[in-house]
Ligand binder design. Structure first.
Ligand code: CA
Length: 329
């Protein structure tokens, strides 16, 4: 990928703003490698936000594998920002680089030793031990190339590379989830709560920001998951953030992805279809839906609005918007 060889042109202000927005997204507020809060560095070619200690290890990998930049925006070139967006941040990068993290494997923590941190980071990016084996490419210039091969699944206009084998098709697409808002959520502090939402798909996990003292929070935060052939339900949990004690649960819910994915696969390329309804997830006594949830083609995209009643809690609702991004065959 040519964007690995950077020119130092100055980025347009719009791009700088977008980078700042990406930086502030919930999943990018903790280090991709050790989960330390508020990372001040990034690897532009890997596409992750990282803390100071992890950035020191990244630097030892060489810029061929990891190009480390401080998040003081002045130092970013336009192509650095582009490559950061190509990946889209910590959740997406980790869903690839940690896809095959062994069960029970302990990632380093913010206070882990340098040795432990270094061992993990080298395994993750240099030898790529946790990557899907078929995506691993044995050459001196592995990192970005490898990425490209998984990313170009959704780039229609790129010619198919020889790397696009049957293995990459195990990812059947990507799921975008927008956490829109919460309604009438449960009280966990004196009169209010400090809610945030955690979403899980398999081992991929993302988290919204905390909305302080708000029972009707508006998040409008977007996250992306890769969806394997054998996918399960999207799991959602709402928590009340507490400064000095463990966070309290404020309910949970599951989203059945099958109605959307089955309909999307059956109808094929949404860009060739006009606006129409293609499916429906029905409200039943066994699911968390407040009302039937329709799957629609909207301007060439497969979208679904989901209105959930939180379970195992006295009250509260969550609104989501899902989007299915198919793999281009
Ligand atoms: Ca609280």
């Amino acid at each position: 990928m040519s964007s690995r060889y950077y020119r130092s042109e100055k980025p347009a202000s719009g791009k700088m703003r977008k980078l700042k927005e990406l930086m502030l997204k919930g999943d990018n507020r903790i280090c991709a490698d050790c989960s330390a809060p508020d990372p001040k560095w990034a690897s532009a070619n890997i596409g992750v936000f990282i803390c100071l200690k992890c950035s020191d290890v990244h630097r030892t990998l060489g810029t061929d594998i990891s190009k480390v930049l401080p998040l003081t925006l002045e130092e970013w070139s336009e192509s650095d920002i582009d490559s950061m967006f190509e990946v889209g941040g910590n959740t997406y990068a980790n869903s690839i680089y940690e896809a095959f993290l062994p069960k029970g494997y302990r990632k380093p923590k913010p206070d882990s030793s340098n040795e432990e941190r270094s061992k993990f980071i080298r395994s993750k990016y240099e030898s790529q031990d946790f990557l899907k084996p078929s995506l691993r490419i044995v050459s001196s210039k592995i990192s970005f190339r490898t990425y490209e091969s998984s990313r170009d699944l959704d780039h229609k206009h790129q010619p198919c590379s020889s790397k696009k084998t049957e293995d990459t098709r195990e990812f059947i697409g990507e799921l975008k989830v927008k956490v829109i808002r919460g309604i009438n959520l449960a009280v966990r502090d004196l009169l209010t709560s400090d809610p945030y939402v955690i979403l899980n798909l398999g081992r991929q996990k993302v988290q919204t920001t905390v909305k302080n003292s708000n029972l009707n929070p508006v998040w409008n935060e977007e996250f992306k998951f890769t969806v394997p052939q054998r996918y399960g339900a999207l799991k959602l949990q709402v928590y009340d953030h507490d400064m000095f004690s463990a966070d309290d649960i404020m309910g949970e819910a599951e989203v059945d992805l099958q109605p959307m994915i089955t309909a999307a696969l059956a109808f094929g390329d949404p860009e060739l279809l006009g606006n129409m309804q293609i499916g429906r997830w029905f409200k039943t006594n066994d699911n968390a839906l407040i009302k039937d949830s329709f799957i629609n083609i909207v301007d060439g995209k497969v979208k679904q609005e989901v209105h959930l009643k939180l379970q195992n809690v006295e009250r509260g609702e969550i609104e989501l918007e899902l989007e299915w991004i198919p793999v281009d065959e």
